[in-house]
Design a binder for this molecule. Structure first.
Ligand code: ATP
Ligand code: MG
Length: 438
């Protein structure tokens, strides 16, 4: 039996959701531009080594979640499970580090992970994120975190909850790792299979385990803050001070370790609460990274970045009614009254579009009542009524479909007349500004 179902964990995005996703991308992109970031568009696939090395052999993503296949030339290829490793590869391939530093890049697009599909979790999903490379400082880290928070505020969220932690430098993590192994060795028999692996590969990740019993055990584990080197501690508090001065609330979460191998120093996550308390998981995760670029064969440059899950952002916006305003209808619905004016109606429609008004018209004759139903369905603001008799005199009727007010306008000055009408009634909303062209 052929299987014509969508691939498990994938979803089609259409209608309101497609408009919403594009709107979110536009607002996030505009936020990035305010902070001096430029877009980078990278391939959806890389040689598997890029992620194995970049994302990290010890990460859940590389161990279990990647879509990896051999191409016809027997090369191992992987669909990106995240962007950072690929963006770093692009920075190295194109020697972008040779220009002005820091490099500030943002990206968006689909990512692929073989995970169990559930609320807020797909196998193909969309990420939006940034990387700032080449300036190793607490201020760069803080700026990046400010961007994540203010980008979400620009989307209308007021309840942005920032969780933050420091993983320290290499010495910090080496000492802490040892302490964790010592502690968890005594409990590992009662912990999940993943944790049994983690204790060997990357014990820090045990703190990230979502199994309840394991979380209980993790509560008794040594705390990283007791292992932070003096330099890391100072750096962490500098970052917190800057964030604080920007009026951003945060909560230090000592169990926050993040799922990828390359992080050091500050790491953070952003959580948003839905009005119905649905748990979609974190909407944003990120942090500082040290050896990543060097590990991929580039120069020794540090970076900081974050990634957001757009499906989760969309669902939360939808639940919080933050997308209601973008359900925009067309500006004009051109109504030919009778067969004889179909051509004229079509010409008028094309003219209105060239003036910058979104315009629809039935391409076949419809009854008057049916046209009004259509106009309502399309959410049209005005109806332009093209009558046989009026056309002889070069006159159209325009009807405000909300107030039902109707008046005559001359075809000759159509553009001026429309501009006048739309500017009067929609001062707060310029008609040329559609949601996808921020
Ligand atoms: P989680 O803990 O929820 O698995 P993560 O730490 O694996 O998240 P990151 O690798 O930091 O996630 O990715 C950044 C963001 O991408 C997450 O905060 C989340 O919003 C989103 N995301 C991650 N995995 C998925 C998925 N399978 N489906 C939808 N969104 C996802
Ligand atoms: Mg994950």
């Amino acid at each position: 039996m052929p299987n014509y179902q969508p691939v498990k964990g994938t979803h089609d995005i259409y209608g309101k959701e497609a408009i919403g996703m594009r709107y979110i991308e536009a607002v996030l992109g505009a936020a990035c531009e305010l902070y001096g970031y430029k877009e980078i568009i990278v391939p959806s696939m890389e040689y598997t080594e890029v992620f194995a090395r970049g994302t990290g052999e010890g990460s859940d993503i590389v161990r279990k979640e990647m879509y990896t296949f051999l191409d016809k030339g027997d090369r191992s290829i992987t669909l990106r499970p995240e962007f950072t490793a690929g963006v770093m590869r692009a920075i190295i391939s194109n020697k972008l580090y040779a220009g002005d530093l820091p490099l500030k890049l943002y990206y968006q697009g689909p990512a692929f992970r073989y995970e169990r599909p559930q609320l807020g979790r797909y196998r193909q999903f969309h990420q939006f994120g940034v990387e700032e490379v080449g300036l190793d400082s607490s201020r760069a880290d803080a700026e990046c975190i400010c961007l994540a928070v203010s980008a979400l505020q620009m989307l209308g969220f007021e309840n942005v909850k920032l969780k933050i932690n420091s993983l320290g430098d290499n010495e910090t993590r080496a000492a802490y790792r040892e302490a964790l192994v010592k502690y968890f060795s005594e409990h590992i028999d009662e912990m999940c299979d993943d944790c049994k692996e983690r204790i060997k590969l990357n014990p820090l990740r045990i703190l990230d385990c979502k199994v309840e019993h394991d979380q209980e055990i993790a509560k008794g584990a040594p705390r990283i803050k007791d292992y932070l080197s003096e330099a890391s501690e100072k750096r962490f508090y500098e970052t917190l001070n800057i964030i604080n001065a920007m009026g951003i609330d945060y909560e230090i979460d000592e169990n926050l370790v993040r799922g990828l191998d390359y992080y050091s120093e500050v790491v953070f996550e952003i959580h948003l609460t839905s009005p119905e308390n649905k748990d979609y998981g974190a909407v944003c995760g990120g942090g500082h990274y040290g050896g990543l670029i060097k590990g991929l064969g580039g120069p020794d440059l540090a970076g900081v970045g974050f990634a957001m899950g757009l499906e989760r952002v969309y669902s939360l916006m939808e639940d919080s009614h933050l997308l209601d305003h973008i359900e925009e209808g067309v500006d004009l619905y051109v109504m030919p009254v009778g067969d004889k004016v179909l051509d004229e109606a079509f010409e008028i429609t094309m003219a209105c579009r060239s003036f910058g008004y979104s315009t629809e018209t039935p391409l076949a004759a419809l009854k008057f009542g049916a046209m009004f139903k259509k106009a309502e369905h399309l959410g049209a603001k005005y109806a332009l009524i093209v009558g046989e008799e009026e056309m002889i005199h070069g006159i159209l009727k325009i009807k405000n479909l909300q107030s039902q007010e109707q008046k005559e306008i001359s075809l000759e000055n159509l553009q001026e007349e429309l501009d006048k009408i739309f500017h009067e009634g929609h001062e707060e909303h310029h008609h040329h500004c559609h949601c996808h062209e921020e």
